[in-house]
Design a protein around this ligand. Structure first.
Ligand code: GDP
Length: 265
């Protein structure tokens, strides 16, 4: 009996839905599809779901090692298993926010969120504002998930990687500046959303339908600017790392992103 049990344990089929999942979000044109295609090189299987997003089952490419397997050796079935993950690519715009929010409402297997931005588009006001307002919404969903949690410990941590893509373009801002610019722009989004809520509240005057402003305010209260660091309090670590998915003949370099994925596995 023991060998059979062992066999079942070691070779038990892990259904894809149980695999650690990373949500790929971000403005249209930032490189999500390109990144999914790159990930497919390490693909196990590929499925198209009817709900539009594309799911790719992939392996963390070598030499990156899943954090949970630092002490295991290659070839160990547990090691191989720990390299597997799902990447959920969301369609470019509009509805994608609902999709991402729906995923966040039930993130049993969500290990992290990869928010892809075009680091050259960020250099311009329109691109910056679009990315900032979308990222603001993603972070606010995570914050609400935390503050509305019924357990004393709070929900499982979901880290966010801001993948600053297209570093091969000479107009691209370096990752450190992408971070600063996004923080500034998110501060503005936060202020204008709060003002809109106050105006709507004043118009209602009855008070019954009043929205809880505090709940809609991302990060720390007060006059200070928004910083990603403030998200630590709600269990979300935000990292900004540069990369480029495609460039010239040699292909891209997204090693910093893979390293980040490995830390979550
Ligand atoms: P999505 O809308 O986020 O899925 O964006 P796509 O993956 O379709 O990429 C939009 C465009 O950006 C495509 O023309 C890509 O070839 C291009 N692109 C993606 N990654 C890079 C990159 O690292 N560098 C450059 N220069 N272009 C890129």
């Amino acid at each position: 009996v023991l060998p059979i049990l062992l066999h079942t344990f070691l070779y038990r089929k892990v259904t894809p839905t149980n695999l650690p999942t990373f949500l790929l979000v971000g403005p249209s044109g930032s490189g999500k599809t390109a990144f999914t295609t790159l990930t497919e090189r390490n693909t196990v299987t590929q499925t198209h779901t009817s709900t539009a997003p594309l799911t790719v089952e992939a392996l963390l490419p070598s030499p990156h090692v899943p954090a949970s397997s630092h002490y295991r050796s290659a070839g160990d079935p547990a090691y191989e298993r720990s390299r597997r993950f799902l990447l959920l690519d969301t369609p470019g715009h509009g509805k994608l926010r609902h999709f991402a929010t729906a995923q966040l409402a039930n993130p049993a297997h969500v290990k992290g969120i990869i928010f892809v931005v075009d680091a050259a588009a960020i250099a311009e006001e329109a691109g910056l504002n679009e990315a900032a307002s979308y990222l603001h919404d993603v972070l606010l969903s995570l914050q609400k998930r935390y503050t509305e949690s019924k357990t004393s410990k709070g929900p499982k941590e979901i880290p966010v990687l801001v993948a600053a893509n297209k570093m091969d373009l000479f107009t691209a801002l370096p990752a450190s500046l992408v971070k600063v610019q996004l923080e500034k722009a998110i501060s503005e989004v936060r202020n204008s959303r709060a003002k809109a809520l106050r105006d709507a509240g004043a118009a209602l005057s009855g008070g019954e339908d009043e929205v809880d402003e505090e709940k809609e305010w991302l990060g720390e209260g007060g006059e200070g600017a928004f910083e990603f660091e403030q998200m630590r309090e709600i269990g979300t670590n935000v990292g900004v790392l540069g990369g480029n998915v495609v460039s010239g003949k040699e292909g891209g370099d997204v090693n910093a992103w893979w390293a980040w994925v490995g830390e979550q596995l």
